[in-house]
Design a protein around this ligand. Structure first.
Ligand code: CTP
Length: 417
């Protein structure tokens, strides 16, 4: 098969100095690279060094293209099998989210119908800014792969999320993304590897009524499940989200059903079968009051002394053990405060699901504001045969990466069909 080709767009951030190493790593993955520098990137890395590692001309700005002998921006994007943007600055991400095209990089990005992956790198405050997160959510919805950023010391002297992922990791992710695309010269409609798959996602807490005004609940915000539903839909899946009460808007391009209690959630999930995959991100209340009182319980009498709790049905275990309609892939989540991997592995066995996505919800997870309700997450993915530990990233980035992992799973099972 022809060598696959990457158009590497290098944005104007300090991490641009890693671009020559990234080109080497892409080469090590068997990929040919052509580089395109934004005007700002030229301040951080020399076109000459990139030309020598890539063995190709380096493209610098739109005015290069006035010469007929040069390759037009349309041709530049067409000639590549994918576009990789590294480092993706806040400015480039914003341009991509808006569909702006006012220089060679943004024009090539708008002109492409090939898969696109970005490796963000910026100051932690810029990364955390609502505008950047909004733009990233838009890119995830548009089906763009997002790798990183990582946490660490930054060139600006601060510590936090915002360092570009390591070149070797980016090159591996680019190779994985390319593995999902059809061979060269087959028409590419869009990167929708989950088209034709029906996927059920649960999210949020459940509310278990004690009386008309009180309920038992937990701190789940629903953010991770909603982001996942949206990321799966962006990859072409037909997504059905069953959500407990949350403050979030319905995710885009997803069929959303709102419920309150665990039993309602179970009913809504079983009504959705058959599905190809079930991803259970909800924090279902383990217990409910045996009887919800019709009138408000008064403080005066015995109060809640007589409150009897009964166990709720386990939705994940029910779907995993479904006799006739077990989804091909059943994924559970595990929120743990200690001994994460051991508990998660025990849960994998007990609930008979295929993967567990485990996260640390303790106060000392190191994640600003905590995982529950916060915007970042750090997860382990466990299956019968492997444990993957992903770096800390935004819940949107976890969702995009998990959706891609699910797409890889289905692509691999298809090869064996
Ligand atoms: N889950 C479920 N139905 C329940 C309880 C949990 O579907 N009644 C699912 C959650 O959506 C999640 C997984 O099971 O995917 C693990 O949830 P968790 O609350 O961590 O597991 P528990 O079985 O409650 O274990 P424990 O609370 O003892 O850690």
């Amino acid at each position: 098969m022809d060598q696959k080709r990457v158009l590497l767009i290098i944005g104007g951030g300090i991490a641009a100095y890693k671009a020559p190493e990234l080109v080497r790593q892409l080469k090590a993955q068997g990929l040919a690279t052509r580089c395109l520098l934004t005007a700002a990137a030229e301040q951080f890395v020399s076109p000459l060094s990139l030309a020598s590692v890539s063995g190709d001309k380096v493209y610098e700005n739109l005015f290069d293209l006035t010469d007929e002998a040069e390759m037009g921006h349309i041709q530049l994007s067409r000639d590549a099998d994918m576009i990789l943007v590294a480092p993706a600055t806040a400015d480039l991400i914003a341009k991509m989210a808006q569909g702006l095209a006012n220089d060679l990089a943004s024009t090539a990005l708008l002109a492409t119908d090939k898969p696109v992956m970005i490796a963000p790198a910026m100051n932690v405050r810029m990364w955390e800014h609502a505008a950047t997160q909004r733009n990233l959510a838009q890119l995830a919805e548009d089906g763009i792969g997002i790798i990183g950023p990582d946490e660490g010391d930054m060139a600006c002297g601060e510590f936090g999320l915002g360092r570009m992922s390591e070149p070797a990791e980016i090159a591996q992710a680019a190779k994985a993304m390319l593995a999902q695309t059809p061979a060269r010269d087959t028409p590419l409609t869009a990167a929708k590897p989950l088209a034709g798959r029906k996927i059920l996602v649960t999210a949020g807490p459940t509310y278990e009524p004690i009386d008309p005004v009180r309920y038992i609940a937990n701190r789940s915000s629903g953010k991770q499940g909603y982001a996942l539903a949206e990321a799966l839909a962006a990859l072409g899946a037909n997504v059905h989200l069953v959500s407990g009460p949350t403050a979030l808007n319905d995710p885009k391009n997803v069929t959303t059903k709102r419920v309150e209690t665990a039993r309602q959630m179970l009913d809504a999930c079983t009504a959705c079968l058959p599905v190809d995959a079930a991803i259970m991100a909800a924090a279902v209340a383990d217990w409910r009051p045996a009887e919800a009182q019709e009138a408000k319980i008064k403080k005066t009498k015995s109060g809640l002394d007589d409150l009897k709790l009964v166990e709720n049905p386990d939705i994940l275990a029910t779907l995993s053990g479904h006799a006739s309609q077990r989804p091909q892939l059943v994924v559970g989540f595990a929120a743990e405060t200690n001994d994460i991997e051991n508990y998660a592995r025990e849960k994998l066995a007990r609930k008979k699901c295929d993967w567990i996505v485990a996260n640390d919800v303790s106060q000392n997870s190191g994640i600003a504001g905590g995982v529950m309700g916060g915007d970042d997450n750090q997860v382990h993915i466990l299956s019968a045969t492997q444990t993957l530990q992903w770096e800390t990233m935004s819940k949107t980035a976890v969702a995009a990466k998990l959706a891609a992992h699910i797409a890889d799973y289905f692509a691999a099972t298809k090869e064996h069909e």
